[in-house]
Design a protein around this ligand. Structure first.
Ligand code: PLP
Length: 376
């Protein structure tokens, strides 16, 4: 059993869950044939891949397993969708100011600044401004929309069901990057998004694997070309073992954990650091993922805190906030109203399903010690 009691970087990645690991080892050994080959063993590997697609469709409550394209993760899928939008529309893409860099950079690359409408987020709640999006959509110049489900830095939850409805009513394709949502939050309704991205390693499903939902009627989408795999929508030999393990992990999370509430630890942590450190929680005004806390430290550079916490066995993150106030200012942090100096004082703490209240309070205690140490 791994000891994850001091691991507070679950939003960066998670270890493979045991049932998934078991499936992965078994499938790596027994399903190594190329699913595109024509002999019986290959046919069996292909069958298992298609079984996994059907199982995943069931978990997501979608009637069309063929909407699922297995990918290498969220970055590949997000890039491919944004590129597809740029090739199939002439108007603008509306994209939120708090997207993961893989959406932000691909939007910039494939649309360019003049074809983008950046939807701002409220600095208190971290929620994107749907009214503004609605007004922009009413001008008729927005031809595609991309808004994430939950923010990877602050954990803020976005109104994707409302945006999905708005887009549907206006006949506009909607893409939702749900990499941080899937595995932490209920899956109901996600399948209604035309395009949806998720990543296996964010929920114990292993690295280098993810999935993308494409609209049922879509025929021209290609994440890559040069092979018939994934119904011609993503060329490249499939990793059957990785896909099977990922689906197993998601099924496990849904069956065992999703109906439980795990936010007590994170909330106790935030109460403790508010008292002892006077640390401000970013995005606290809105709903957030139950496992995430992004705090603005009262003094010192975040890298110093991270190093000293590391010496005590705690793994934490500065998120994409520029570490110690150096490097490029984080667009997400700027959208949350932080200035350059504040960006260098931010830490992101993200726990897992099994992180206990005691684990969170131990982290709060370590932060208090580090604060005293840094103050000298
Ligand atoms: N989108 C979000 C919201 C993420 O948090 C991440 C990973 O941090 C990604 C996309 C990229 O995912 P992957 O590592 O699967 O490429």
């Amino acid at each position: 059993m791994r000891d994850l009691s001091r691991y507070f970087d679950f939003n960066a990645t998670t270890p493979m869950l045991e049932p998934a690991e078991k499936m992965w080892i078994e499938a790596t050994r027994s399903l190594w044939h190329n699913p595109s080959s024509l002999y019986a063993e290959a046919g069996y590997a292909k069958q298992r891949l298609e079984d996994a697609r059907e199982d995943l469709a069931e978990v997501l409550s979608i009637d069309e397993p063929e909407r699922i394209v297995f990918t290498s993760g969220a970055t590949e899928a997000n890039n491919a969708v944004i590129r597809h939008f740029s090739e199939t529309t002439e108007g603008r893409l509306a994209v939120s100011a708090i997207e993961h860099p893989c959406v932000e950079a691909s939007s910039m690359k494939y649309f360019g600044p003049e074809r983008l409408f950046i939807i701002p987020a409220d600095p208190d709640t971290g929620v994107v401004d749907v009214d503004l999006l609605r007004k922009e959509v009413a001008t008729g110049t927005v031809e595609a929309v991309s808004v994430m489900a939950a923010n990877n830095e602050t954990g803020t939850l976005q109104p994707w069901p409302e945006i999905s409805t708005l887009c549907r009513e206006n006949g506009i394709p909607f893409h939702c990057d749900a990499a941080q949502w899937v595995g932490k939050m209920p899956l109901e309704g996600l399948g209604k998004c035309n395009w949806l991205t998720a990543s296996g390693h964010k929920f114990g499903g292993g690295k280098g694997v993810g999935f993308l939902l494409v609209p049922e009627e879509e025929t021209g989408f290609h994440a890559s070309v040069g092979g018939p795999q994934e119904d011609g929508r993503r060329a490249g030999t499939e990793s059957v073992a990785a896909v099977i393990a990922m689906v197993e992990a998601l099924e496990f999370v849904v069956d065992e954990w999703l109906s439980t509430s795990a936010e007590d630890g994170r909330n106790a942590f935030e109460d403790a650091v508010a008292r002892s450190l006077d640390a401000r929680v970013i995005g606290a005004g809105g709903s957030r993922l139950w496992n995430t806390s992004m705090i603005l430290l009262p003094h010192g550079k975040n890298l110093k805190w991270l190093t000293r916490l590391g010496q005590r066995g705690f793994a934490v993150s500065t998120g994409s906030a520029c570490s110690a106030g150096r490097g490029n200012p984080s667009k997400v942090m700027a959208a949350m109203g932080l200035d350059f100096d504040e960006m260098g004082r931010v830490l992101r703490l993200s726990g897992g399903w099994k992180t206990s209240v005691e684990d969170w309070l131990a982290l709060a205690g370590a932060l208090e010690e580090v604060s005293a140490e840094l103050r000298g």
